[in-house]
Structure formats: structure tokens, C-alpha cells
Design a protein around this ligand. Sequence first.
Ligand code: CTP
Ligand code: MG
Length: 183
Amino acid sequence: MVFTLFNLVEAIWLIIPAYAVNGLIPLVGLKGRKNHPIDGGRMFRGKPILGPGKTWEGLLFGCFIGILIASVEMLAFPYLPFDISPVALTIVPMYPLLGLMLGLGAVVGDMVGSFLKRRIGLPRGAIAPLLDQEDFLLGSLLFASFLITIKIDWVILLVIITPIIHLVASVIGFKMRVKKEPW
Ligand code: CTP
Ligand code: MG
């Protein structure tokens, strides 16, 4: 059974650093700051490789946030109320290197998404339903899988709930004028 509260708790615990990265990364581009595009403005067959929305500042920030949030989870781990769960939960013990992989994976996955968007001719910031929401998630899970065992149930659940959570968070970010588009 994929849709259990236990799977949901386990999956969300694991992916919190990636969600934080994806949610906070627009902060590096606030107020039109001149950041450094990873593709250096270079083109591939007449279109930007990644576009100006993928910057080194964003990549470093993603790594930092991943490590930071994973460290907070690591410190919180001993205080989790495991005893309220009727079944033994597979709560992944967090540590900074795992946070780095979750954060870096989220940024790299997001870059792959942008690369694909540019190939089909979508400009920076254009909406790409599902791709925009699954790219960072799959990148993050892939990178984390080099360090830990990831249950397929978590992947299925996260693939389903992430677009919903992403949309809600993006609308909030838009209303707070952190994001330029409400998606
Ligand atoms: N950002 C960044 N570096 C990254 C990822 C994101 O600087 N590696 C910042 C940019 O300011 C970007 C914003 O976060 O505009 C929002 O990220 P995202 O929605 O992923 O980028 P878009 O601007 O929508 O560009 P794309 O169409 O390529 O997804
Ligand atoms: Mg976008």
C-alpha cells in the first residue's frame, strides 16, 4: 500500500531539504541582482543552453540550504516522537552530506528541466507543467540514492504530491513578490 500516513511521513522527512532549496532559491535572484549564469550566456543550436535563470549563486545557495536544513533535521532526530507511531517508521537519519546531495540534486535536476525547456523553445520563466515540479524532485532523489536506500513507495508518493505542494508554495511566493510568476 503506497498511500499510507507512514510512507508520507517518511517521504516528507527525506525530501524537506529539497523542498526548502526549491522554495528558497528564487531569493538569490531578488531585485534583479546580477548573478552569474552557469551557461555563461552560451547558446546551443541558436537557443540558450540553460538560460539566465540558472546561476552559480543559485547552485551554491542550493547546496548551502540542503546542508543547513539536513543539519537541523539531524539535530531534531533524537527528539522525534517515534513512540506515537503504531508501526516502526523508516525515518532516514539526516546528516550534512546527505543534505548536500539532496540540495545539489535538486539544483541539477532543475537545470536538466531548464535545459529541456530551452530545447523546445520555452524562454526563461515560461511554464512547463509537471516538468517544472518533478525535475528538482527526481534530481534530488537520484543524488540521495547514492548514499541511502530509497523506497519506491516514497518516490511514487512524492511524484504525486509534489506538483500540488509546489503549486501552493509558488502561489504564496508570487503573492509575497518573491517569484515573478505564480507557478
Ligand atoms: N535561480 C538561480 N539559479 C538556479 C536556480 C534558480 O539563480 N540554479 C533563481 C533565478 O533567479 C530564477 C529563480 O531562482 O529565475 C526561479 O527559479 P526557476 O523557476 O527554476 O527558474 P526560471 O526563472 O523559471 O527559469 P526556467 O524557465 O529555466 O525554469
Ligand atoms: Mg520557473
